[in-house]
Design a protein around this ligand. Structure first.
Ligand code: ZN
Ligand code: ZN
Ligand code: FE
Length: 764
């Protein structure tokens, strides 16, 4: 028999509150090893003793951790064997010390809990708050570190004897599951009418489903906030929701029981299916079937994609279970279920998501016909995440507060982001923690939510920043807050140019420190020269950047207002083309004033923005003259292009000057000559892809750099991104795109933080 060995194992990563210690306990006891496991400030520490072969096998098995765990680092060292140690393995109390462990993100109900949920013999049959160490709420119920029940919104619920037994048994799936509960001791549902008065229902699930099927709009409390819910196949209910929410055209997300049921409405490729079924359960943008827009009017009008997700809380599943006639077991989850629900964030008027019951009654008055809520509080607001098969559009529930690894360590930075779709970012060592999507800072409520997000992120990470970062635009509420925060704490505040930050965000998540080229295709951002940028070719080298080229500017008659009125960009294009006389003919009497503004250059700044180029094209093709929401014209243009199918670039559609100026006026001129919208849209995308690859070839010759990062909101356009990437890869480029953070302004704070980490701050 081989001599006994003793080893110390240190594990870092997401290893607390995710069933990691019982997992270690099971592996050790199954193999007859002795020793102990405990949590400490940095993660999990193990000491284990046995024969070398068994120890090796044990360490191998550790590398396949439980569902919610993630190992970043596993270090093994040899110890002197202890003769006096017994033959037992134990879970011992935490050692205390400084906490750097991470709280896990929220996770969809796991298969084991689903099986119990639909088993009439189980004591948690149909219990809407069932969870275990492999699943359930985490981030959204946690106020501060360490992740222990008293720091969560479960603090007020005392465990009943059965739940306490599970909680204390290392062999149990619910060992130290902080939100562990049952119908006897845990949270319960409540049901209120439109005015917030409590209602009596023998069975809340049954009553709620009946109301939904009758066409009512219900506010239902989820993990990170309330949803407004109605029957997606009831056009009158959907129209009522639109009218009450005053959301004329923004698409709604839908929820179906499983991917098989969604396949009736949209195409699902294997990547999309993996996203849909992942424990993070994001909203996935799927290609709608051609007839879906007619069959589901008003859900995603005019768009190529349908936002869809699968149930993730037990409550969601119980609604589908009820609709299926309460079958026993889980086989029904594999079959097609006809119920399709609209599930849209309850954030009236673009304000933050509603999370509290009183707040719901107040802010959703006049919108919801009833409230399905419960007494487990949401402590951190967290919207649904939104993805495409290419990456994030919005990173929130299921991913927050998971760290993004940076290319290197540096001072802790708190970055405040931009203006639209804002997030904040906090760093420690080589880790960046992105807040969930906060929203656009165009209202006081969202600005308050920004301050809350900053506080909560610090509470759950216990990081004191050494530097502050913000956008170069001094008037953004985020920049003002950053400046005040820095002044109060006597910290340096580093303002980062918008498109530099976009490119830095992509470089950061790809672990790149060397100089790269950056193609920033975006809405707007303040330029280093005070101009309005948005179609930029940069060379980025750490804390510095150089603007190699930009789009030929378009006039913006009326400034910011032009961003919401694409027809103004079309008018500006005609003016630039020397065809001012056509402006009034095309756009009516309202256009006279705009023509005069253009001629006299009154309140008419210029922009190199690609977002505005999309607006101009959409309006010239008659696709959209006025936008209800940011990016609408571009999204509709993409949908038209999809309908046409592949197209060749327009010959002579752009001019590239030696000084790096890229001019699309030949393309715009062609679009203004009565081309069919579908053909024009397809040609527009193809011409842009070909022009940007020519632009980069020019920049490569100039700089010698062969790596390019693609950043900015325009890369949410799948068609443009796919076509451009194909061209660039064929030409030998290494193409970096955003995968762990959104390419739009939701990823800005990450880029700001990474730039600020590399900056040498000025003294004083
Ligand atoms: Zn579970
Ligand atoms: Zn209980
Ligand atoms: Fe941007």
């Amino acid at each position: 028999m081989a001599a006994l060995q003793r080893r110390a194992i240190r594990i870092r990563g997401q290893v607390q509150g995710v069933g990691f210690r019982p997992f270690v306990y099971r592996l050790a006891t199954q193999r007859g090893l002795s020793g102990f496991v405990r949590n400490d400030g940095a993660g999990v520490a193990i000491e284990v003793q046995g024969s070398p072969a068994v120890l090796d096998d044990f360490i191998n098995a550790l590398r396949q951790p439980p569902a919610l765990a993630r190992i970043d680092d596993l270090a093994v060292s040899d110890l002197i064997p202890d003769r006096n140690v017994g033959d037992t393995f134990a879970i011992v109390a935490s050692s205390g010390g400084p906490v750097t462990a991470e709280i896990a993100p929220d996770s969809a109900i796991c298969p084991a809990c689903l099986a119990e949920l639909f088993d009439p013999r189980d004591r948690r049959y149909r219990y809407p708050f069932i969870n275990c160490t492999d699943c359930g709420p985490r981030y959204t119920i946690t106020a501060a570190l360490p992740y222990d029940r008293p720091n969560t919104s479960m603090a007020g619920f005392a465990l009943c004897p059965d739940c306490a037994l599970e909680y204390g048994d290392p062999g149990n799936r619910r060992f130290h599951a902080q939100p562990n509960a049952c119908a006897l001791c845990g949270p319960e549902l409540n049901w209120r009418d439109a005015s917030g008065r409590p209602m009596v229902a023998a069975d809340v699930i049954e009553a709620a489903l009946a109301r939904l099927l009758a066409g009512d709009i219900l506010a239902i409390k989820g993990l990170g906030g309330f949803h407004l819910v109605c029957d997606a196949q009831n056009p009158a209910a959907v129209a009522r929701l639109r009218q009450r929410k005053q959301r004329d055209a923004k698409p709604f997300a839908v929820m179906a029981a499983n991917a098989a049921s969604l396949a009736a409405w949209a195409d699902i490729n294997p990547t999309e299916r993996r996203w849909l079924e992942s424990p993070q359960r994001p909203i996935v943008l799927l290609r709608q079937h051609p007839e879906t827009e007619r069959r589901l009017p008003d859900i995603a009008p005019g768009l190529a994609h349908l936002g869809a997700m699968l149930p993730y809380t037990p409550l969601h599943y119980l609604l589908f279970h009820q609709a299926a006639g309460r079958p026993t077991g889980t086989a029904w989850l594999e079959t097609i279920q006809p119920l399709l629900l609209v599930m849209t964030s309850a954030n009236p008027g673009g304000e933050p998501l509603v999370i509290g019951d009183e707040e719901a009654a107040r802010r959703l008055a006049g919108i919801a016909d009833g409230f399905v809520s419960h007494n487990r509080a949401i402590l951190a607001r967290c919207d649904d995440s939104v993805v495409t098969d290419g990456g994030f559009i919005r990173r929130a529930r299921g991913y927050t507060p998971q760290a993004i690894r940076l290319p290197g360590a540096g001072p802790s930075v708190l970055a405040f982001g931009g203006f639209l779709k804002n997030t904040v970012c906090l760093t420690r060592d080589d880790r960046a923690y992105l807040s969930p999507h906060i929203g656009s800072l165009d209202n006081a409520e969202t600005c308050r939510a920004l301050e809350e997000a900053v506080e909560h992120l610090q509470d759950i990470l216990r990081i004191e920043p050494e530097r502050i970062a913000c956008d170069l635009h001094p008037d953004f509420p985020s920049s003002r807050l950053a400046a005040r925060y820095a002044a109060d704490r006597d910290l340096p505040c580093i303002a980062v140019q918008h498109h530099h930050a976009h490119i830095a965000a992509v470089a950061a998540e790809h672990g790149l420190r060397e100089p790269i080229l950056g193609l920033a295709l975006d809405g707007v951002g303040l330029g280093a020269d005070g101009g309005i940028w948005g179609g930029e070719l940069l060379k980025v080298d750490g804390a510095r950047f150089e603007r190699l080229g930009h789009l030929r500017p378009l006039p913006l008659p009326g400034g910011d207002r032009a961003a919401r009125e694409p027809w103004r960009l079309a008018a500006a294009t005609l003016h630039e083309l020397g065809r001012s006389d056509e402006i009034s003919r095309r756009f009516g009497a309202k256009a006279d004033l705009i023509r005069q503004m253009l001629e006299r250059r009154v309140n008419t700044p210029e922009t190199s923005s690609v977002g505005r180029l999309f607006d101009a094209a959409a309006a010239l093709l008659g696709v959209r003259e006025l936008s209800d929401y940011e990016g609408q014209a571009a999204m509709e243009l993409e949908a038209r292009a999809h309908r046409h199918g592949s197209a060749a670039p327009l010959a002579g559609g752009f001019v590239l000057n030696d000084d790096g100026l890229l001019d699309f006026f030949p393309l715009l001129a062609w679009l203004s000559e009565g081309v069919a919208a579908e053909l024009g849209a397809a040609c527009f995308h193809a011409t842009l892809a070909s022009a940007f690859s020519a632009w980069l070839a020019w920049a490569r010759k100039k700089s010698g750099v062969r790596k390019v990062a693609l950043g900015g909101g325009c890369f949410l356009n799948r068609l443009l991104t796919t076509q451009l990437r194909a061209r660039l890869e064929k030409a030998g480029w290494q193409v970096l795109t955003a995968r762990h953070a959104p390419p739009n302004d939701g990823g800005l704070s990450l880029g700001q933080a990474w730039v600020a980490m590399q900056t040498t701050p000025l003294k004083g």
